[in-house]
Design a protein around this ligand. Structure first.
Ligand SMILES: Cc1cc2nc3c(=O)[nH]c(=O)nc-3n(C[C@H](O)[C@H](O)[C@H](O)COP(=O)(O)O)c2cc1C
Length: 262
């Protein structure tokens, strides 16, 4: 599938086939995609524990909770617990040295000296700041996004779930104190139709993006919109007309109680 279609057709899949296990190789491909994402200073703070419902100890699976549409965790064959390892920042100097050796950073004679005497001391002086929520999370998001696209490309559905119980989950999973839970991502084979109700609503392009200054909407070419529509990246907004009937069917099939929002 073309990248444009992967980007356009991916959406959060909240309804998964609970009985169909996910091959570990498919999860590995997601993790491989996450591993090669960009990260500031090549620090690579993104980490994960993939919890397989079939094989994880019950107490590990029970440790995973999310407050919004949390039934998804009960249904999902796999939950990836993504977290940021803030201690990775402590190794940043070595990551920079590796970049230099790989030819990715700087040029010519004297670059080693400049790195050791200027760049590394600069980063070390603000090292603790870099452990706070911010840049690392952005880069972890890039990795999770790549993993999500890889999941979709392999026929899997996923949904990211935020949780206010990150610290509890960290302790239950035995992660180091330097770890900060980012989110839980459910993974499985979709029980929903591939449209999953249609493309989810988005704010107007011109409201979000600017050109050459705030308030000057980035001009949105109709020809580009048409092209991306033809390529399958931009699609009709949700919902498709039969969505309510599909949701009713899924609710019954998956034993979801009430309105399913919590
Ligand atoms: C960081 C993050 C946390 C999210 N948390 C939840 C959640 O707790 N429950 C849920 O049902 N969906 C959650 N979502 C999914 C969003 O609601 C979803 O991405 C959004 O509605 C847009 O839909 P789409 O992903 O299908 O385009 C989360 C998504 C992200 C990126």
């Amino acid at each position: 599938m073309e990248l444009r279609q992967v980007i356009g057709r991916r959406r959060s899949i909240r309804f998964l086939l609970p009985y169909k296990p996910v091959e570990p190789e498919k999860i590995q491909r997601m993790l491989e995609a996450a591993r090669i994402a960009s990260h500031w200073g090549n620090v690579q703070s993104l980490r994960a524990v993939a919890v397989f419902k079939d094989s994880a100890p019950p107490e590990v699976h029970e440790a995973l909770t999310a407050p919004i549409a949390g039934y998804q965790i009960r249904i999902a064959p796999v939950v990836i617990v993504w977290y940021v390892e803030t201690a990775a920042v402590d190794e940043q100097s070595d990551r920079l040295r590796e970049l230099l050796k790989a030819g990715a950073l700087g040029f010519g004679e004297g670059k080693e000296q400049a790195l050791e005497e200027q760049i590394i001391p600069f980063f070390e002086s603000i090292r603790e700041n870099f452990k706070q929520p911010g840049m690392n999370e952005i880069d972890c998001g890039q990795g999770i996004a790549q993993a999500t696209l890889m999941a979709f490309e392999q026929g899997l559905g996923t949904c990211c779930l935020g949780t206010p119980h990150g610290e509890q989950i960290r302790q239950n999973l035995g992660l180091p104190e330097t770890a900060r839970i980012l989110l839980l991502q459910t993974v499985g084979y979709p029980a929903e139709s591939p449209e999953a109700g249609g493309q989810r609503p988005r704010q107007p392009f011109e409201k979000l993006f600017h050109m050459n200054g705030f308030g000057k909407a980035f001009p949105r070419s109709k020809a580009v919109v048409k092209e991306l529509g033809e390529d399958g990246m931009l699609q009709e907004s949700a919902p498709v007309p039969w969505r309510e009937a599909e949701l009713e069917y899924l609710k019954n099939a998956l034993g979801i109680k009430g309105h399913g929002l919590i």
